[in-house]
Design a protein around this ligand. Structure first.
Ligand code: AMP
Ligand code: ZN
Length: 460
């Protein structure tokens, strides 16, 4: 079977043909580092990690390059820095915020079983490339400087029409309609309302860099240009896959395509545009004001990261996902079972019944159904397939131990109570033996008696 991927631009599932099978290249928009990442942010991380693993499986580990950036220049970062470290000079405060948040992000996504990307570029380390692209755009007549800003003109792009994509094609919008209905950031320095910012002046004390396009005052980049610059630097002018959440299609990705294609006179930036659907919590949009905003960090206090990972992959990446406690509990039970039967087994090759659905535009729900099938038919293949998908990073004993720790169950105390219970049963004191069983149940421990003795497990 061949890999087929859904492309947001052409709105079809197509066979995946890499530009260079020895150098398969993927870019995914990463986090803006100003606060703990929420569980919605975990979705692209997990989805594109599965794709990264699948591509490595198909083309070899050395032949896949995955770039996920870190946006470390942004108004939200500046606001956070001023609020959290009022005593520090702003630039130092900003560095503290981005360092702390970046480390937290790594701790979170490592726990989710996501491989680190091949490169994690930071926006602030690519200002030179941003300036270069902006200069090319100004020279080409696609951008202009006004009042210390540099603006990109989608109308100039669509007027040029020479081997370029149409502005609006990715997000399926018409520029004429955008012009007619434009409420997009009306600002005096814009020639047209649809123009967007490539570069802007910095306020006093804010991070600033020498400006492009002959602007004397120092300034800072707009958001969209960051990704064009980092993708160019690490993957070239034209690469295979560009991903992110569905909310990024417009304006972020539409503008990335515009910048990159106009700067380098190309028809395509990426050959496949992939977008994950949105995550909501217990059927409601996640938001701070509704009080249902959950961070990955908080969830990891209650659940192993692999439970969150499995829970995420039970829904196809393009569908909306409803994140519920009930589903999490089921995912935890499933993983407990898989750990018990497969974690300590020598892994076989990943099964075709698991890989084939993944080849069909990452159909993870079907792959997971196949895993359930392997549970009773081929445990080594189950173990190999689970590992390929980023599960079973621990031994069965480690998993059980961590679960007990997380649930606050003291294994020694459980063993002590169990031997008391065995003694009570030995002297036919069933009242006492029942009392101990109830005591264990209250601690969250279920016991099972069999001919071979008594086993126990933590149930949530
Ligand atoms: P941000 O830091 O807001 O730019 O988001 C980082 C990534 O998380 C982007 O790819 C977003 O599309 C994605 N994302 C943000 N919120 C959600 C959500 N509720 N569901 C799914 N993906 C999301
Ligand atoms: Zn981006």
């Amino acid at each position: 079977m061949e890999l087929r991927l859904y492309d947001t631009l052409t709105k079809e599932k197509r066979p995946f043909v890499p530009l260079d099978a020895n150098d398969v290249r993927m870019y995914v928009c990463g986090p803006t580092v100003y606060d703990f990442a929420h569980i919605g942010n975990a979705r692209p991380v997990i989805v594109f990690d599965v794709l990264f693993r699948l591509l490595r499986h198909l083309y070899g580990e050395a032949h896949v390059k995955y770039v996920r950036n870190i946006t470390d220049v942004d108004d939200k970062i500046n606001d956070r820095a001023a609020r959290d470290f009022p005593g520090l000079p702003l630039n130092e405060a900003i560095r503290k915020v981005t360092e702390q948040t970046g480390q937290q992000f790594h701790a979170d996504v490592d726990a989710l079983g996501a491989l680190r990307p091949s490169v994690e570029p930071r926006a602030t380390e690519h200002i030179g490339e941003m300036r270069e692209i902006i200069e090319k755009l100004v020279k080409g007549g696609f951008a202009y400087a006004a009042e210390d800003h540099v603006l990109f003109s989608p109308q100039a792009m669509n007027a040029a029409n020479a081997g370029l994509p149409r502005y609006g094609a990715l997000s399926n919008r018409s520029l004429d309609e955008m012009i007619a209905g434009a409420r997009v950031d009306v600002a005096p320095y814009k020639k047209d309302n649809t123009d967007f910012v490539l570069w802007k002046p910095s306020k006093p004390g804010e991070p600033s860099w020498p400006s492009p396009a002959g602007i004397k005052a120092e300034g800072r980049p707009g958001w969209h240009i960051e990704c064009s610059a980092m993708a160019w630097k690490h993957l070239g002018e034209h690469f295979d896959i560009h991903g992110g959440g569905i909310d990024l299609v417009f304006p972020h990705h539409e503008n990335e395509v515009a910048q990159t294609c106009c700067a380098f006179h190309r028809e395509r930036m990426a050959n496949y545009w992939m977008h994950n659907g949105f995550l909501q919590v217990e059927s409601e949009k996640m938001s701070k004001s509704l009080g249902n905003f959950i961070t990955i960090h908080e969830l990891l206090a209650d659940w192993p990261g692999e439970v969150l990972r499995l829970n995420m992959l039970k829904t196809h990446y393009r569908s909306p996902i409803d994140w519920t406690m009930k589903s999490l509990e089921e995912s935890a039970k499933t993983l407990d079972d898989w750990y018990r039967v497969a974690a300590d087994v020598a892994p076989g090759k990943p099964a075709a019944s698991v890989v084939d659905p993944l080849l069909d535009d990452l159909n993870t729900p079907l792959a997971i159904a196949a895993l359930h099938g392997l549970r009773s038919s081929d445990v080594p293949a189950l173990a190999g397939s689970l590992r390929m998908l980023g599960f079973l990073s621990e031994s069965a004993a480690q998993w059980e131990g961590r679960k007990q720790q997380a649930s606050g169950v003291d294994a020694k105390e459980v063993e002590r109570l169990l031997s008391e219970r065995t003694a009570a049963r030995g002297r036919k004191d069933f009242g006492e033996s029942d009392r101990i069983r109830d005591l264990l149940a209250a601690m969250g421990v279920a016991i099972k008696d069999s001919r071979d003795g008594t086993t126990w497990e933590v149930v949530r």
